[in-house]
Design a protein around this ligand. Structure first.
Ligand SMILES: [Fe+2]
Ligand SMILES: [Fe+2]
Length: 265
């Protein structure tokens, strides 16, 4: 079920919890940024399109949207992309050359409806000035988050996500250990290449986010995190390369699970 709540006076979160059996819940977030040219960040998961559109309509008339910022092309973020584009001819998609290329393998984007932006570039959408960033952790090469410098809000894409047992509406309501452990596990699942990084080079990437010093961090897979949590979030990422790599259940484990499920109660 997709629900919504406010993360800031002009930013709404659309969210649902995706269960990973035996591990916990992954929140899947999209964001509506209200203003003179409303922006939808991500478009929900492919598996819950109808729910997502209903929740979106409760927050804004989709006909009023002017921009979609698609941080990357994974199935948990492109669910309602094409429906929104076909329903609203004024809507354009902020993405990258690579994002367009990847979408071309499943459902091509109309080239006159895209707006290409690279990390480091700044775009003005209505009254908002947004600087595209490449977050330090990502699971898709086209990933592009952004920073709204006036509002002090960092949209970090999948970076800073967490696997949780319960999902509050504010990351500050998580215990220190739930936040840290959840972020470390998520990072090892979503970005397994972290175990191969040069620690100093990775620390420099984290410093780049530290220097931004956002007032609010909006991740695709974490409840909104106020800026005072930034050091904790960066600390969890710094610890991830040294954590156990994630190894999913193998066929022996799956056979056991299926046998248990088939056994009479
Ligand atoms: Fe992703
Ligand atoms: Fe994601």
């Amino acid at each position: 079920m997709v629900t919504s709540y406010a993360a800031a006076p002009d930013i709404e979160v659309l969210t649902s919890n995706f269960p990973i059996p035996g591990y916990g819940l992954v929140p899947i977030n999209a964001f509506v940024i209200k203003g003179s040219e409303p922006i939808l960040v991500e478009t929900g998961a492919a598996i819950e399109r109808a729910d997502f559109m209903q929740a979106l309509r409760n927050v804004i008339d989709p006909a009023d949207l002017r921009w979609i910022w698609l941080s990357h092309t994974d199935f948990d973020h492109i669910g309602s992309l094409h429906q929104l584009l076909s329903d609203n001819p004024r809507l354009r998609v902020v993405t990258t050359f690579l994002g367009v290329g990847i979408m071309g393998l499943t459902a091509p984007l109309p080239m006159d409806r895209v707006y290409l932006v690279n990390p480091g570039e700044t775009v003005t959408l209505g009254t908002r000035t947004l600087t595209a960033i490449k977050p330090p952790v990502f699971d898709n090469p086209c990933t592009t988050g952004f920073y709204d410098s006036k509002a002090g809000v960092l949209f970090s894409s999948d970076c800073f996500g967490a696997l949780l047992q319960a999902v509050p509406q504010n990351a500050a309501d998580l215990s220190e250990s739930d936040l840290r452990d959840g972020q470390v596990v998520w990072a090892t699942i979503d970005s397994p290449w972290l175990h191969k990084v040069d620690k100093e080079a990775f620390a420099a990437e984290l410093d780049g986010i530290r220097m931004i010093a956002p007032k609010l961090i909006l991740s695709n897979h974490l409840p909104p995190a106020p800026g005072h949590l930034l050091e904790r979030c960066l600390g969890a990422l710094a610890a991830a390369p040294g954590a156990h790599p994630f190894v999913g259940p193998n066929q022996v484990a799956l056979d056991q699970m299926l046998k248990q499920m088939a056994a009479p109660a």
